[in-house]
Design a protein around this ligand. Structure first.
Ligand code: NAD
Length: 502
């Protein structure tokens, strides 16, 4: 079995602990992909020391030249798209169509970042005083810690690392334990594209050890974390105490609302993709389906038949609709929520158990599960499950549907199926989410628009699009007075002798 390494101080190195963990294929646990380092705090120290040196050089590289390297990284991702999709499916489980999409999102993000090197706009505004210029511009921050989840093994690291690098920062990257191979290949690509080696450091290992050491390191002033709300709270606590700049992207409990006037077939296609794509392990997964009373039975009946017909299997095999869950802990969590739903008198209409057919014996498979008659406010309806469980809630009116959507602690995405343009615009205005889709499921973000959620999904920052560049850079203001005299702002221009300026 192959042993992989960290990338620290410009070299592929063993962890200081000498310890490793196994990376296995969740569709077939007898398939061992490789051993990856269990890094410790000493590895973080070495990585920070090297990244600080890298930062000093990289920050002086003109932003368009930094962009050229990211464009090359995009080209390399294009060339290796199928290979990366295959290794990603092997370690993460989602079908190849989805992992190809994951790589494509990385490509889109690379090309967007490359051109941002020629923008990174500041402002030049008139000064209130004569012969004086006033302007703002953007500076890099320093060494950024990047901690990512398992479900988008390439796309999410690229959302963070490309903008961080483009802005002139150095990066310490810790991928999720379940997907270290994709993270390793991504760093190989950055190096091949020409990134100076000390500008990127890769540390594998346990979140609570090496992740926590990155979060609490005093010389990592900015941190970007995507993962569960529970871990995000811990990260936030430490960063708050240390006054670090922090971007948090966390859990969701996203709802699709199908109103009586909707196209039921379109809504059905959408909910199957939204609820069971990526085995329900998307932050934007459709985990609640809010059906208005007249369309309720029609959509529900067909939904159950279609969910039962979905083909589970190895995502690398042609024809697979749904891959495995990421690991056994995740499958046990999904099982617990089946028990919780039944204990709360929701109707289990299909699924609810491990899938055991031929070829599924050694994987973490779970049948697509639909619960009906789910009560708004129940645990099944409120808590993030992160698996293939869909809760159906019946409502009588648009107002009730919007209230149910909003009455959860998360606020990532929502979706409304309707043919009424007034209701569509009301939804955009009134639903408490970072993203609302009209006549499309809760998933499908595009790389050039801001991405993130409100309430306990996030802390006000956004990934993607133009906004993320503000997170990875600091605004600085410059004033240049070329009048040759002392000009006092707010005094000389508004004081007793202000007319002398006219
Ligand atoms: P997780 O919280 O278990 O782990 C995320 C990362 O944090 C991993 O790299 C992990 O090693 C690290 N980590 C764990 N404990 C840590 C600690 N104490 N200190 C520092 N780092 C630590 O999440 P996961 O299971 O990988 O991913 C699923 C979660 O991510 C879901 O809640 C999902 O909603 C969320 N998610 C959110 C978004 C979004 O954009 N809002 C996108 C994808 C996933």
């Amino acid at each position: 079995m192959k042993t992989f390494r960290n990338f620290v101080a410009g070299a592929w190195v063993e962890p200081s602990t000498g310890e490793y963990f196994d990376n296995i294929n969740p569709a077939d646990t007898t398939d061992l992909i490789g051993r990856f380092p269990l890094s410790g705090a000493a590895d973080v120290e070495r990585a920070v020391a090297s990244a600080k040196k890298g930062f000093e050089r990289w920050r002086r590289t003109p932003a368009p030249a930094r962009g050229d390297i990211l464009r090359k990284a995009g080209d390399l991702l294009v060339a290796r798209k199928d290979e990366i999709a295959d290794l990603m499916t092997r370690e993460m489980g989602k079908p190849l169509t989805e992992t190809r999409g994951d790589v494509q999102e990385g490509i889109d993000t690379a090309y967007y970042a490359a051109t941002e090197g020629r923008r990174l706009f500041g402002h030049t505004v008139p000064s209130e005083l004569r012969s004086k210029w006033a302007m703002s511009f953007r500076r890099p921050i320093g060494v950024c810690g990047i901690i990512t989840p398992f479900n988008f093994p390439l796309a999410i690291p690229t959302w963070k690392i490309f903008p961080a690098l483009l802005c002139g920062n150095a990066v310490i990257f810790k991928p999720a334990e379940d997907v270290p191979h994709t993270g390793t290949v991504f760093v190989e690509i950055l190096l091949e594209a020409g990134l100076p080696p000390d500008v990127i450091q890769l540390l594998h290992g346990a979140g609570e050890v090496v992740g926590a050491a990155i979060v609490s390191h005093p010389e990592i002033p900015a941190l970007s974390f995507t993962g569960s709300t529970d871990v995000g709270s811990l990260v936030g606590e430490t960063c708050g105490k240390m006054h670090k700049r922090l971007s948090l992207e966390m859990g969701g409990k996203n709802a699709m609302i199908v109103l009586d006037d909707a196209d039921p077939d379109l809504a059905l296609e959408g909910v199957l993709w939204g609820a069971f794509g990526t085995t329900g392990q998307r932050c934007t997964a459709t985990s609640r389906l809010i059906l208005q009373s007249k369309i309720h039975d029609r959509v529900l009946g067909e939904l159950v038949d279609r969910a039962k017909a979905m083909k589970l299997g190895d995502g690398r095999k042609e024809g697979t609709d749904v891959g495995p869950l990421i690991n056994e802990a995740s499958r046990k969590k999904v099982e617990r929520y089946v028990d919780i739903g039944q204990a709360q008198n929701a109707d289990l209409l299909c699924g609810g158990k491990r899938a055991t057919g031929k070829g599924l014996e050694n994987g973490y498979f779970f049948e697509p599960t639909v619960f009906a008659r789910v009560t708004a406010g129940s645990r099944l309806e409120q808590e993030e499950i992160f698996g293939p469980i869909l809760s159906v809630i019946r409502v009588d009116s648009v107002d009730e549907a919007f209230a149910v959507n909003n009455d959860v602690r998360y606020g990532l995405s929502s979706s409304v199926y309707t043919r009424d343009v007034n209701v569509a615009f009301r939804a955009l205005t009134e639903l408490d989410n970072g993203i609302t889709y009209i006549n499309a499921p809760t998933i499908g973000a595009e790389a050039h628009l801001p991405f993130g959620g409100v309430k306990q999904t996030g802390n006000g920052h956004r990934e993607g699009g133009w906004e993320v560049y503000e997170f990875y850079s600091e605004t600085k203001v410059g004033y240049v007075d070329f009048s040759g005299t002392l000009q006092r702002a707010q005094i000389d221009n508004y004081g007793d002798d202000a007319t002398t300026l006219l």
